[in-house]
Design a binder for this molecule. Sequence first.
Ligand code: NDP
Length: 300
Amino acid sequence: MTAQIIDGKAFAATVRDKVAGHVARLKENHGITPGLAVVLVGEDPASQVYVRSKGKQTVEVGMNSFEHKLEIDTSEGDLLALIEKLNADPAVHGILVQLPLPGHLDEDLVINAIDPAKDVDGFHISNVGLLGTGQKSMVPCTPLGCLMMLRDHHGSLSGLNAVVIGRSNIVGKPMAQLLLGDSCTVTIAHSRTKDIQEVCRRADIVVAAVGRREMVTGDWIKPGATVIDVGINRIDAPEKGEGKTRLVGDCDYGSCAEVAGAITPVPGGVGPMTIACLLANTLTACCRANALEEPEGLTA
Ligand code: NDP
């Protein structure tokens, strides 16, 4: 069997189109423009690339983008004061603090200072609790993107066996909650899981969020299963020239694609969906803030 490729790049474009259409209607019918504020502390090169890309796509869908770039030695007090200002600003519907933060800043404290209604990353403790109890919340962008692709591919996920590899707060745990919310039978695997290959081989859906290059190989996969590869690992690519690199996932694409029914590639799978879902969350937050109907199909 050769797996069907789940094209996250194309899917993300349809999500952005939906968001842009809704934003245009919000402007025309209500005079409201959704706004996303992104806060970057320091000059981490990868974070700078993400923030640039987020800002560009925010503007492309017709939203306002507010970028706040702070010095690496910014004090916790100054950062919290900025968040308080953004919380109170009616033009700002979503606030994202780019992680990781420099070591002297307490990430939990900073994230929990964001108004939960504006917490478009879905990391605030209130949103974590709401998601865990099946209530309306802001849902973390990467797992939301995975869920959208799975729903699109399978229709109903009810009764399917899902294995999520990884138990981080930003991917693994919320992913498991979302799959449970869609009535999957969910197993969370991690570094202490015994017979992890065997656990994965029982799954109709495998979501890999580990951070280890090409760890999941085809012999871990049940024939016909769906593989969602969240991993982003940069490796040397001497075949492309000296000093060149390329991205690979947590799944060995070649061997998994031979067995799976469907698979997301890296790059071009989960990655593009993450920013698309950030835009979707900002739109959702804006609709909720203004007591307007939320767009369909853009949240859990
Ligand atoms: P974390 O490092 O926070 O978590 C990794 C998880 O993998 C942990 O729960 C860890 O288990 C588990 N793990 C580590 N080694 C093994 C192993 N040998 N067997 C089984 N489980 C293992 O990573 P994140 O969740 O933040 O990210 C995971 C991957 O997803 C990374 O490659 C990251 O770059 C990528 N990512 C991609 C995004 C996107 O937009 N596409 C967004 C966010 C992340 P334990 O808890 O026991 O230590």
